[in-house]
Ligand binder design. Structure first.
Ligand code: ADP
Ligand code: MG
Length: 277
């Protein structure tokens, strides 16, 4: 067993982390499958419109796409927070379409929403206890796993979450979702609003969580970084999965860059310029 606090294996050279093929994870086995989802908030308005994704066991899947494409709505639909009008969601071969959040958590789905994802007046430890309210007996074991993964959280367990920085809060939110030992973790823009250093840390942690055996669906506005660390990605556009491929394939796809990742080309140029200049 490798030490989960050692960042090196999970960090690695970012370009080497995406697999070379579009297979579904190491085993080729599909863990989570959303098929032809149609979902929305207001009657008659479909935000997701025939959206399908697959997540292999052990896979880190990135979801990118323009603002308003429906990325958050997709995660909320997977987590039973938006009405699914047609289509289906399967976890490990079992249908979980429209199941409520507490049942999904018990089934092994963890969700970290984009904002308001910690209880600011509670301590770190109390926040993590909320993560296992369904099974309080799990706290001890899971807390030691979390403290290995996020040593700062273990050290500062008595500190109120409201006094933490944005990056630390994001760690608490991820840790809380990991308390129930999920098989798949849904992350909505974990790097949003963080400084570049904290963003790097968040991507590193995400990769480490994935290496520890948790399949991940990560929605990201930082498309370049997302595609660098994910095994496979999906580009969402107007509520539909418009493109898929390995992280590397999508990064190199001129159509994807031109149509959906206008800022990607700039990001790449910027980072190239930063390296040479
Ligand atoms: N609670 C809501 N009620 C009604 N419409 C919503 C709600 N949340 C999001 N939407 C609409 O759904 C569309 C997709 O939003 P969202 O899934 O948040 O996109 P993304 O995360 O890709 O930026 C947007 O047009 C947005 O206005
Ligand atoms: Mg969003």
């Amino acid at each position: 067993m490798t030490d989960p606090t050692t960042p090196a294996p999970a960090g690695g050279p970012p370009t080497d982390t995406s697999s070379g093929t579009a297979s579904k994870g190491a085993t080729g086995e599909v863990l989570l499958r959303a098929s032809h989802l149609v979902a929305g908030y207001i009657p008659g308005v479909n935000i997701l419109d025939d959206c399908s994704i697959e997540v292999g066991r052990g896979e880190l899947v990135g979801i990118i796409g323009p603002n308003g494409a429906g990325k958050s709505t997709l995660l909320k639909a997977l987590f039973g927070q938006v009405e699914i009008r047609s289509g289906s969601v399967e976890l490990d071969g079992e249908e979980i379409t429209g199941m409520r959040a507490n049942r999904l958590v018990a089934q092994g789905v963890g969700f970290v929403p984009q904002s308001n994802n910690v209880f600011p007046s509670l301590t770190i430890e109390e926040n993590l206890k909320m993560g296992v309210y369904l099974k309080p007996a799990m706290f001890r074991d899971r807390f030691s796993f979390i403290a290995d993964l996020f040593p700062t959280l273990g050290d500062r367990r008595a500190q109120r979450a409201g006094s933490l920085s944005g990056g630390e809060r994001q760690m608490v939110a991820m840790a809380r979702a990991l308390m129930m030992n999920p098989s798949v973790l849904l992350l909505d823009e974990p790097s949003a609003g963080l400084s570049p250093v904290r963003q790097d840390e968040t991507f590193l942690r995400t990769r480490m969580i994935n290496k520890a055996g948790v399949s991940i669906v990560m929605v990201e506005q930082n498309a370049r970084r997302c595609l660098q660390i994910c095994d496979r990605g999906y580009v969402l556009d107007q509520g539909r999965d418009a493109h898929t491929g390995t992280g590397r394939e999508l990064q190199a796809d001129p159509k994807v860059i031109a149509l959906y990742l206008g800022t990607l080309a700039e990001d790449v140029e910027e980072s190239a310029a930063a390296h040479t200049g």
